[in-house]
Design a protein around this ligand. Structure first.
Ligand SMILES: *[C@@H]1O[C@H](CO)[C@@H](O)[C@H](O)[C@H]1NC(C)=O
Ligand SMILES: *[C@@H]1O[C@H](CO)[C@@H](O)[C@H](O)[C@H]1NC(C)=O
Ligand SMILES: *[C@@H]1O[C@H](CO)[C@@H](O)[C@H](O)[C@H]1NC(C)=O
Length: 187
Protein backbone atom coordinates (compact mmCIF):
# COMPACT_ATOMS: atom_id res chain seq x y z
CA UNK A 1 0.00 0.00 0.00
CA UNK A 2 2.85 2.39 0.91
CA UNK A 3 4.42 1.69 -2.46
CA UNK A 4 1.16 2.62 -4.18
CA UNK A 5 1.01 5.93 -2.31
CA UNK A 6 4.57 6.80 -3.29
CA UNK A 7 3.82 5.96 -6.91
CA UNK A 8 0.71 8.17 -6.88
CA UNK A 9 2.62 11.02 -5.26
CA UNK A 10 5.43 10.70 -7.81
CA UNK A 11 2.93 10.69 -10.67
CA UNK A 12 1.01 13.69 -9.29
CA UNK A 13 4.22 15.69 -8.77
CA UNK A 14 5.38 14.79 -12.25
CA UNK A 15 2.08 15.93 -13.76
CA UNK A 16 2.19 19.24 -11.86
CA UNK A 17 5.81 19.80 -12.85
CA UNK A 18 5.33 18.70 -16.47
CA UNK A 19 5.57 21.76 -18.71
CA UNK A 20 2.65 22.51 -20.97
CA UNK A 21 3.88 22.47 -24.54
CA UNK A 22 0.72 23.33 -26.36
CA UNK A 23 -2.42 25.32 -25.76
CA UNK A 24 -4.91 22.49 -25.68
CA UNK A 25 -3.22 19.51 -24.01
CA UNK A 26 -0.71 18.59 -21.34
CA UNK A 27 2.32 16.47 -21.92
CA UNK A 28 1.43 12.76 -22.11
CA UNK A 29 2.68 10.83 -19.11
CA UNK A 30 2.55 7.11 -18.29
CA UNK A 31 -0.86 6.08 -17.01
CA UNK A 32 -0.78 4.01 -13.84
CA UNK A 33 -4.04 3.02 -12.25
CA UNK A 34 -3.96 1.41 -8.86
CA UNK A 35 -7.57 1.99 -7.96
CA UNK A 36 -9.60 0.24 -10.64
CA UNK A 37 -12.54 -1.85 -9.55
CA UNK A 38 -14.70 -4.42 -11.25
CA UNK A 39 -18.49 -4.40 -10.87
CA UNK A 40 -21.06 -6.84 -12.14
CA UNK A 41 -24.58 -5.73 -12.94
CA UNK A 42 -27.67 -7.76 -13.65
CA UNK A 43 -30.90 -6.19 -14.84
CA UNK A 44 -33.50 -6.28 -17.62
CA UNK A 45 -34.54 -3.82 -20.27
CA UNK A 46 -37.85 -3.56 -22.07
CA UNK A 47 -38.04 -2.48 -25.68
CA UNK A 48 -41.34 -1.98 -27.53
CA UNK A 49 -41.47 -0.59 -31.06
CA UNK A 50 -45.25 -0.68 -31.49
CA UNK A 51 -48.44 -0.40 -29.46
CA UNK A 52 -49.77 2.46 -27.40
CA UNK A 53 -46.62 3.39 -25.51
CA UNK A 54 -43.62 2.46 -27.64
CA UNK A 55 -40.21 2.81 -25.97
CA UNK A 56 -38.44 2.97 -29.36
CA UNK A 57 -39.64 5.14 -32.22
CA UNK A 58 -38.63 5.17 -35.85
CA UNK A 59 -37.02 8.51 -36.67
CA UNK A 60 -35.72 7.83 -40.19
CA UNK A 61 -35.63 5.12 -42.78
CA UNK A 62 -34.44 4.98 -46.38
CA UNK A 63 -36.93 5.13 -49.21
CA UNK A 64 -36.01 1.83 -50.80
CA UNK A 65 -38.15 -0.08 -53.23
CA UNK A 66 -36.22 -3.33 -53.46
CA UNK A 67 -37.31 -6.21 -51.27
CA UNK A 68 -35.94 -6.17 -47.75
CA UNK A 69 -35.31 -9.25 -45.64
CA UNK A 70 -36.35 -7.67 -42.35
CA UNK A 71 -39.67 -5.90 -42.98
CA UNK A 72 -40.07 -4.61 -39.39
CA UNK A 73 -36.61 -3.07 -39.30
CA UNK A 74 -35.40 -2.56 -42.88
CA UNK A 75 -31.70 -1.87 -43.38
CA UNK A 76 -31.01 1.77 -42.60
CA UNK A 77 -33.88 2.30 -40.14
CA UNK A 78 -32.91 4.54 -37.24
CA UNK A 79 -34.72 4.42 -33.90
CA UNK A 80 -34.65 6.68 -30.85
CA UNK A 81 -34.75 4.67 -27.63
CA UNK A 82 -35.96 5.26 -24.06
CA UNK A 83 -36.17 1.76 -22.59
CA UNK A 84 -36.87 1.21 -18.90
CA UNK A 85 -34.32 -0.83 -16.95
CA UNK A 86 -35.77 -3.07 -14.25
CA UNK A 87 -34.57 -5.40 -11.51
CA UNK A 88 -36.68 -8.33 -12.74
CA UNK A 89 -38.10 -9.44 -16.10
CA UNK A 90 -41.73 -8.47 -15.39
CA UNK A 91 -42.88 -5.10 -16.80
CA UNK A 92 -44.14 -4.22 -13.29
CA UNK A 93 -40.70 -4.81 -11.76
CA UNK A 94 -38.91 -1.90 -10.03
CA UNK A 95 -37.46 0.59 -12.53
CA UNK A 96 -33.80 1.36 -11.82
CA UNK A 97 -33.02 3.56 -14.82
CA UNK A 98 -33.35 3.98 -18.58
CA UNK A 99 -31.40 3.11 -21.70
CA UNK A 100 -31.36 6.22 -23.88
CA UNK A 101 -29.99 6.59 -27.36
CA UNK A 102 -30.22 5.18 -30.85
CA UNK A 103 -30.15 1.97 -32.74
CA UNK A 104 -29.77 1.48 -36.44
CA UNK A 105 -30.57 -1.56 -38.55
CA UNK A 106 -27.11 -2.18 -39.92
CA UNK A 107 -27.10 -5.34 -42.04
CA UNK A 108 -28.51 -6.30 -45.41
CA UNK A 109 -28.47 -10.03 -44.60
CA UNK A 110 -29.50 -11.10 -41.10
CA UNK A 111 -31.26 -8.49 -38.96
CA UNK A 112 -28.55 -6.80 -36.91
CA UNK A 113 -28.58 -3.57 -34.96
CA UNK A 114 -25.78 -1.26 -33.99
CA UNK A 115 -26.72 0.28 -30.64
CA UNK A 116 -25.54 3.59 -29.22
CA UNK A 117 -27.01 3.61 -25.73
CA UNK A 118 -26.45 5.33 -22.41
CA UNK A 119 -27.65 3.05 -19.59
CA UNK A 120 -28.37 5.58 -16.86
CA UNK A 121 -29.19 4.40 -13.35
CA UNK A 122 -31.59 6.31 -11.08
CA UNK A 123 -31.46 4.25 -7.91
CA UNK A 124 -29.08 2.44 -5.61
CA UNK A 125 -25.30 2.80 -5.44
CA UNK A 126 -25.02 3.79 -9.10
CA UNK A 127 -27.79 6.43 -9.01
CA UNK A 128 -26.66 9.23 -11.34
CA UNK A 129 -24.04 7.09 -13.07
CA UNK A 130 -24.26 5.50 -16.49
CA UNK A 131 -22.67 2.98 -18.81
CA UNK A 132 -22.07 3.74 -22.48
CA UNK A 133 -22.70 0.89 -24.88
CA UNK A 134 -21.59 1.16 -28.45
CA UNK A 135 -21.75 -2.12 -30.24
CA UNK A 136 -23.07 -4.38 -32.91
CA UNK A 137 -26.01 -6.27 -31.42
CA UNK A 138 -26.89 -9.51 -33.20
CA UNK A 139 -30.52 -9.47 -32.05
CA UNK A 140 -31.51 -12.68 -33.86
CA UNK A 141 -29.09 -14.66 -31.68
CA UNK A 142 -30.67 -15.52 -28.35
CA UNK A 143 -27.43 -14.66 -26.53
CA UNK A 144 -24.89 -12.11 -27.71
CA UNK A 145 -22.17 -9.88 -26.37
CA UNK A 146 -21.97 -6.11 -26.61
CA UNK A 147 -19.13 -3.74 -25.74
CA UNK A 148 -19.18 -1.26 -22.87
CA UNK A 149 -16.95 1.58 -24.00
CA UNK A 150 -17.27 4.13 -21.23
CA UNK A 151 -19.40 5.65 -18.54
CA UNK A 152 -20.23 8.61 -16.35
CA UNK A 153 -20.09 9.17 -12.57
CA UNK A 154 -19.03 6.04 -10.69
CA UNK A 155 -18.47 4.36 -14.06
CA UNK A 156 -15.97 6.97 -15.22
CA UNK A 157 -13.48 5.45 -17.68
CA UNK A 158 -15.40 2.17 -17.71
CA UNK A 159 -14.53 -0.62 -20.07
CA UNK A 160 -16.19 -3.98 -20.24
CA UNK A 161 -18.77 -6.10 -21.88
CA UNK A 162 -22.36 -7.18 -21.40
CA UNK A 163 -24.05 -10.44 -22.25
CA UNK A 164 -27.54 -9.91 -23.57
CA UNK A 165 -30.18 -12.61 -23.63
CA UNK A 166 -33.64 -12.14 -25.12
CA UNK A 167 -36.04 -13.52 -22.54
CA UNK A 168 -39.29 -13.09 -24.45
CA UNK A 169 -40.96 -11.06 -27.15
CA UNK A 170 -44.60 -10.07 -27.15
CA UNK A 171 -45.08 -6.92 -29.19
CA UNK A 172 -48.74 -6.57 -28.21
CA UNK A 173 -47.98 -6.62 -24.49
CA UNK A 174 -44.55 -6.12 -22.96
CA UNK A 175 -42.45 -5.87 -26.12
CA UNK A 176 -39.06 -7.54 -25.98
CA UNK A 177 -37.50 -8.20 -22.59
CA UNK A 178 -33.73 -8.55 -22.62
CA UNK A 179 -31.62 -9.77 -19.73
CA UNK A 180 -28.32 -7.92 -19.33
CA UNK A 181 -25.30 -9.16 -17.36
CA UNK A 182 -22.51 -6.63 -17.50
CA UNK A 183 -18.93 -6.86 -16.24
CA UNK A 184 -17.32 -3.45 -15.97
CA UNK A 185 -13.88 -2.26 -14.91
CA UNK A 186 -14.01 1.37 -13.73
CA UNK A 187 -12.54 3.91 -11.31
C1 LIG B 1 -39.83 7.23 -52.51
O1 LIG B 1 -39.17 7.16 -53.78
C2 LIG B 1 -40.07 7.09 -54.88
C3 LIG B 1 -39.25 6.86 -56.15
O2 LIG B 1 -38.03 7.52 -56.13
C4 LIG B 1 -40.87 8.40 -54.95
O3 LIG B 1 -41.79 8.35 -56.01
C5 LIG B 1 -41.63 8.55 -53.63
O4 LIG B 1 -42.33 9.78 -53.59
C6 LIG B 1 -40.68 8.50 -52.43
N1 LIG B 1 -41.46 8.50 -51.20
C7 LIG B 1 -41.16 9.29 -50.18
C8 LIG B 1 -42.05 9.14 -48.99
O5 LIG B 1 -40.22 10.07 -50.20
C1 LIG C 1 -31.09 9.54 -7.06
O1 LIG C 1 -30.36 10.74 -7.08
C2 LIG C 1 -31.18 11.90 -7.24
C3 LIG C 1 -30.28 13.10 -7.40
O2 LIG C 1 -29.26 13.10 -6.48
C4 LIG C 1 -32.13 12.00 -6.05
O3 LIG C 1 -32.97 13.13 -6.21
C5 LIG C 1 -32.97 10.75 -5.98
O4 LIG C 1 -33.79 10.78 -4.82
C6 LIG C 1 -32.09 9.51 -5.93
N1 LIG C 1 -32.95 8.35 -6.06
C7 LIG C 1 -32.80 7.24 -5.32
C8 LIG C 1 -33.82 6.18 -5.53
O5 LIG C 1 -31.90 7.12 -4.52
C1 LIG D 1 -49.02 -11.36 -25.60
O1 LIG D 1 -49.70 -10.60 -24.65
C2 LIG D 1 -51.11 -10.55 -24.85
C3 LIG D 1 -51.71 -9.57 -23.85
O2 LIG D 1 -51.23 -9.77 -22.55
C4 LIG D 1 -51.68 -11.96 -24.70
O3 LIG D 1 -53.07 -11.95 -24.93
C5 LIG D 1 -50.97 -12.88 -25.71
O4 LIG D 1 -51.40 -14.21 -25.51
C6 LIG D 1 -49.47 -12.81 -25.56
N1 LIG D 1 -48.84 -13.56 -26.64
C7 LIG D 1 -47.86 -14.43 -26.43
C8 LIG D 1 -47.32 -15.10 -27.64
O5 LIG D 1 -47.43 -14.68 -25.31
Amino acid sequence: MEENKILWLALTLYMIAAPVYCRYHSQSVPYVSLRKKVSKLHFFFHDRISGKNPTSVLIARPNITKEDKSPALPFGSLFAVYDPLTVGPEPTSEVIGHAEGLYVSSSQDVLTLVTYLDFGFTSGRFNGSSLSLFSRNAVTEKEREVAVVGGRGKFRMATGFARLKTRFTNETASGTVVECRATVVHH
